[in-house]
Design a protein around this ligand. Structure first.
Ligand SMILES: [Zn+2]
Length: 482
């Protein structure tokens, strides 16, 4: 149902230079207006993106990953409109995760059309498409069946990290029908690691010789820095790498307005830093549950406990010594923790002697039934402590063993069958962890490779051994105060 009369059939006054990338930039600046009648000025980095799609190689498939807030939808709309007005018999399809999302780009296009008299009088604007002469631009539902049978000249698929695989494949098939047809996929890494955009990226990185597809990303993927890092020894840092519009229309303030804890770290790293190896971090425990298990009390001297320790020499991870009372409902206390203070300080080494001494001191303070640790990492320390007749016990962190221990730990925590002294590091490391889904219950793993989860791992080991000792030994009579 047209909302306007059929448009003016004449062509826009625009003289193509033959270089399509230059023409696109000049055309956009001439005809596209932002609110307030500002010209849409194509930035150099945006020109590079267009060069990937319409430059010399003109790949059949191209993809872009860029941080949210960098106006990728506006650029996509500009590209779609350029084809609509300047091409012949164009059929531009806009897709996203669903119709509503695709319609967002459609709406941007409609607004651009409405802001320039020369565009407006040549267009017929419908609820789901815009027609100019023999060409159409259409935003579509993400429904494979609905897309079958289309013959587009250009497909712009937004939300490549979330778009349905089958929908994407039908779209790829649709651009294979015409020699010159192209597909342009844009987005941010999706929560599912096998998302369409991630697979596209993977193929491009492993097959650089394949000229039928091109990929570009603005990303901080190669760094393991803090969430808001924007300083690389005086140069712009991670935030700038993933957000080329930062300092232009994207202010640092508005970018950081949604930083964790307002959003999850995993989400932030994916959509704002374009980091790919971020697991989908469902919290391992309901929010606030761990904190509710704190009694604020330390383990009294002389109590029977299990010690657990874990970590890395390099300080990449935290090294943690933790105690748990030998009890069917253990009480945990973090004894000591070490970590390199600045993630970029690669010279830092964990003071191993201090770790060993902390274990000795703990053995003097409490009645230590067992020191649990993965000998694989701590061979030297364990040999020394064992030679001092301390009850060292190897706790190999195999998948089976850690899965069982993790399930036991999480169940105990959910049922309030354990408590702790309130040190914030364990809670923090639990928040940094996510569970694998490889078998029964899964293990705790990092939600991103830059985060630390060692205190949580130690807690899992300590609770596993403490409850084992509690069920092995005779039921202990609880101290009753009269
Ligand atoms: Zn950085």
């Amino acid at each position: 149902m047209p909302v306007r009369v059929l448009g003016d059939q004449t062509r826009l006054r625009f003289k193509p230079s033959g270089n399509e990338v230059d023409d696109f930039c000049r055309w956009s600046e001439t005809y596209l207006r932002l609110p307030g009648n500002r010209k849409l000025m194509i930035r150099d980095w945006q020109r590079d993106i267009v060069e990937m799609v319409w430059g010399a190689d003109r790949p059949k498939l191209s993809a872009l990953a860029i941080g949210r807030g960098n106006a990728k939808s506006t650029l996509a709309a500009a590209m779609a409109l350029y084809r609509l007005y300047q091409g012949e018999d164009e059929s531009v399809d806009i897709l996203a995760v669903d119709y509503r999302q695709a319609a967002l780009i459609g709406k941007i296009c409609t607004k651009f059309v409405g802001r320039h008299e020369q565009l407006e009088k040549r267009a017929t604007v419908f609820a789901d498409r815009i027609a100019v002469r023999q060409s159409t631009l259409e935003w579509l539902p993400a429904n494979a069946a609905a897309l079958e049978g289309r013959t587009p000249t250009l497909v712009i698929a937004d939300e490549g990290g979330r778009i349905d695989q089958e929908v994407y494949e039908v779209a790829v098939h649709s651009v294979s029908k015409l020699d010159t047809a192209q597909l342009f996929l844009i987005g941010t890494p999706g929560p599912n690691p096998r998302n369409v955009l991630a697979q596209f990226r993977e193929h491009s990185l492993t097959h650089p010789e394949d000229k039928t597809q091109a990929y570009k990303e603005f990303s901080a993927d190669r760094w393991d820095h803090s969430l808001t890092c924007d300083d690389h020894d005086g140069d712009p840092g991670c935030l700038s790498a993933a957000n080329p519009a930062l300092g232009d229309w994207l202010s640092r303030e508005s970018l950081l307005a949604t930083a964790p804890p307002k959003t999850s770290e995993a989400h932030w790293r994916r959509v704002r830093l374009i980091q790919w190896r971020v697991a989908n971090s469902e919290p391992v425990l309901p929010l606030g549950l761990w904190e509710s298990l704190s009694t604020g009390e330390e383990i009294p001297p002389g109590s029977k406990v299990v010690l657990a320790f874990d970590g890395s020499y390099s300080g990449n991870d935290a090294t943690v010594v933790l105690a748990a009372t030998v009890d069917r409902e253990p009480h945990l206390q973090l004894v000591k923790a070490w970590a390199r203070p600045d993630p970029r300080d690669t010279d830092y080494r964990v003071p191993i002697e201090q770790v060993e001494q902390a274990v000795r001191d703990a053995c003097r303070e409490w009645d230590v039934a067992e020191i649990a640790c993965d000998t694989y990492r701590w061979q030297r320390s364990l040999s020394i402590l064992e030679a001092e007749a301390l009850p060292v016990r190897d706790f190999p962190q195999s998948v089976t063993r850690m899965s069982a221990a993790t399930a036991g730990f999480l169940t105990a925590a959910r049922n309030a069958k354990l408590s702790h002294s309130g040190h914030p590091l364990i809670g923090e490391h639990l928040t940094n962890a996510t569970t694998t889904e490889d078998g029964r219950g899964g293990r705790l793993v990092k939600s991103h490779r830059a985060v630390r989860i060692d205190a949580a791992i130690c807690a899992v080991m300590a609770v596993s051994r403490a409850t084992w000792h509690a069920t092995k030994s005779k039921p202990k009579r609880r101290t009753i105060a009269f």
